[in-house]
Design a protein around this ligand. Sequence first.
Ligand SMILES: Nc1ncnc2c1ncn2[C@@H]1O[C@H](COP(=O)(O)OP(=O)(O)OP(=O)(O)O)[C@@H](O)[C@H]1O
Ligand SMILES: [Mg+2]
Length: 382
Amino acid sequence: MTGIGATRASNAATVALQGVRKEYESGVVAVHGVDLTVNAGEFVVLVGPSGCGKSTTLRMVAGLESITAGTLTIDGRVVNDVPPSDRDIAMVFQSYALYPHMSVRDNMAFALKLRKRPAAEIAERVSAAASTLGLATMLDRTPRQLSGGQRQRVAIGRAIVREPSVFLFDEPLSNLDAALRSEMRRELATLHRRLGATMLYVTHDQVEAMTLGDRIVVMHEGRVRQVDSPGELYDHPHDTFVAGFLGSPPMNLLPGALIQRDGRWFAQLADAPALEIPLPEQLTEVALRSRASSIIVGVRPEHLVARPMQPDEPPGESLAATVELAEPLGHEQLLHLRAGAMSFTVRGAPGVRPAVGSTVSVRMSLERLHLFDAASGVSLRA
Ligand SMILES: Nc1ncnc2c1ncn2[C@@H]1O[C@H](COP(=O)(O)OP(=O)(O)OP(=O)(O)O)[C@@H](O)[C@H]1O
Ligand SMILES: [Mg+2]
């Protein structure tokens, strides 16, 4: 553990947004009112499709964008009108924005020199950050003598040396190729563990969100849809947007209805009315409470099993579907299937690959079904 690590955890700050809203002068409401608390030392990831307001939210926390309404506090102090330089925050951008003519050392030292820190302290912080980031042998190079991943590490180093109470990242890895991105992802996770710093991280990459976040904030059209741990988000999405956003391939969302017969509840798919899916007990309670007549049945590709259709297959227990495409991915294969107007994906073990055009029988893990109100998209469990 370096000296940086030892001091960092102690100044990690709590960031709280209450009804934080952004309306640009153009009239665009980029953020409709976000309520979120990032606890000291926590790694929180903002994720969502392009234009959903992630960067705007982050820039309001940084002070680079004014806040139209609501309150932003850092460790309990309202900072809505505090300039960025007085917020004790460091931000790392997608474009590393390094000074091209300066050495790595000078790039990293720049902010500290501006603040007139003693030379010995600057040297010590730069050298500690460089060794944390594997840059110790590159301090005399200029940015153009570095790879993209190394440049991004310099940008992160520039933030680390400032020992901020909050780190903000806006898609810091999206300029890197896939291999470097996964390497840097591991390094960031390690860095967070070592520093124990508060980190708020924007990405539209769900793998980054799932692997880095203690908690993930899923945003859509300027609103927060769900804030939860990666596992909770995956297992219990609050609505069809979150259900369809996290997971690759995404959850199958199939229109249907709830029906009751002889005191038992079944989910019926609009395109396969013959198949009556008996609801497991915990979903029966959900069905009883809900008044939704039209529903969306959600089922992840890994919770479906496709087998070659047997001649004596009893009808009503499985779904007959046609193979439209089989994608072998090495460790697994994806089957894209169609039944009536309904298309869906099944994740399966490699091996037997049903021919395109052949009929397979599909069964689902009933315990893993998700039910959503078709009108609102909200989970019936909510
Ligand atoms: N300076 C601005 N003036 C007016 N509208 C803006 C401005 N900056 C962003 N917007 C709009 O605000 C909305 C949110 O933008 P924002 O940059 O926060 O999205 P994002 O989630 O970061 O998207 P991306 O993943 O593409 O970076 C978008 O509709 C965008 O067009
Ligand atoms: Mg953005």
